[in-house]
Design a protein around this ligand. Sequence first.
Ligand code: GDP
Ligand code: MG
Length: 599
Amino acid sequence: MTGHRVQETKEKISREVILPETITIQELANRMSERAVDVIRMLMKQGQMVKITDVVDADTAQLIAEDLGHTVRRVSESDVEEGLFDTVDAPESLQPRPAVVTIMGHVDHGKTSLLDAIRKTAVVSGEAGGITQHIGAYQVTSPSGSKITFIDTPGHAAFTAMRARGAKVTDIVVLVVAADDGVMPQTAEAIAHAKAAGVPIIVAINKIDKPDAKPERVRSELLQHEIQVESLGGETLEVEVSATKKLNLDKLLELIALQSELLDLTADPTRPAEGTVVEAKLDRGRGPVATVLVQRGTLHIGEIVVAGAEWGRVRALINDTGANVDEAGPSVPVEVLGFNGTPEAGDRLAVVENEARAREITDYRQRQKREKAAARSATMRGSLEQMMSQVKSTGRKEFPLIIKGDVSGSVEAIIGALEKVGNDEVQARVIHAGAGGINESDVTLAETSGAAIIAFNVRANKEARDAAAQAGIEIRYYNIIYDLVDDVKKAMSGLLAPINRETMLGNALILEIFAVSKVGKVAGCRVTDGNVERGQHVRLIRDNVVIHEGKLATLNRFKDAVNTVVAGQECGMSFENYQDMRAGDVIECYRVEVIQRSL
Ligand code: GDP
Ligand code: MG
């Protein structure tokens, strides 16, 4: 008997119970360290007959857990994925790792040329042997000896798409701007993407060999995008280069090394690997091939990996020079062979302990993928109205927008007009704006940042339309600035919290208290000023202190219920859910109106 009691007090430890959307009785009991029969008994009391293997939803599970004195933490994704990513590295195992760099910029400004030039110079001067194949990422050694990893993302959209899926791959963005062309729409786009990701930018002013190169112009144009380079007194590192003449490439690498030092990049190479799929393809001879950037830990041959909805046992690892390797550590790009299916670029990769776990995760994800596809066709999100309610529920008071217009003049005018719309409670935030049609990159950016897309005298191209339809992002088209601003204003007004406006009606003095059967206590009063109305709000004031706030339940004159009693008349009043009134108290009667504000 005594032993039992001791055990009982022990069991009363309150646990934090992690609850997925659904859970079996058995698992729920395990997580609470309670007996499954007790859980079943509780459900039976509520009229539910369940077996230990039955599944209950999170709401039911939460009630049970809280009844038993535990706290719960609901997880939206199935906890199949719990602990798969982002377990914190042990601080004592952290070691410096190479920076991961993405080159971005306007088309034809020399991204590919620069990537190739760096690769060739560095490979020739650094490692022996030639390049046997091209993979989507490679590593070079800077003149001072630090390693740098470049990844070749196919476009800005891909950059943000990766970010959208939780993969923060890039540490530094090299922004290529052609000195003979200056800041162009995709330059601005690249800046927006980098800023949204919070990644530092290094400006590479390219094509400096050209006779019509005007690097000064590039610098001043960048100012308009809030990029102030060092030579203009700012903080952004910059270098003038020529990809074709191979000018200043070493200097660029040194700047990258410098910037990485500032970032103090570290990772734990001893833990199981985590990484991101940079690109993936189905190769005829080799099967599914994924180019993976390892981000933490070390990936080894023979390990079981999952990426997206696919898994496999690592059969071979091939590095950027085409050599077979046994392992790949942090910031190292490798081709991974051995997947059972082809994962997608942007999928995060993780090593798991066994095949069963890999199957559990990928089964769940494949199911989820199917459900998402079904749900996507059923509901569209991203319309202004829905966005409004989303923003509301998250309590954020910024209204993110992407604005594209026919000419930069109109875009500026729109931004100017929108800036005037907000107040300190709600404000339009222009994530990205520019001249030109809506492209796929705008849509991905909208998707990640939860922004609405506003098109002024421009249209979306086919890829963008498809992507928007896929993601359920609404693109709003306008040709009159006033209409545009008015619509945004309306949507933003919905974010303002409504205010309650009180109108004073009148006061009454309590003369005596009666007990009336069924009704309870009734206050016999005289209205001293204004009037009182049935059903309105009241405050009970005793010695100038408010002791109750509520509503009037009944209002009578003699035996009759009335709607209003005016000053000078006597009446009987009773309150909703309140009995403790006394003679001498003052009843203040007022009306409350809920007023929806607008901007
Ligand atoms: P991307 O679209 O940004 O990848 O640009 P590319 O690398 O394909 O380059 C576009 C064009 O600019 C090609 O014809 C290159 O040869 C040329 N180009 C790139 N860099 C330089 C440079 O530094 N100097 C000169 N003169 N031309 C360059
Ligand atoms: Mg290119």
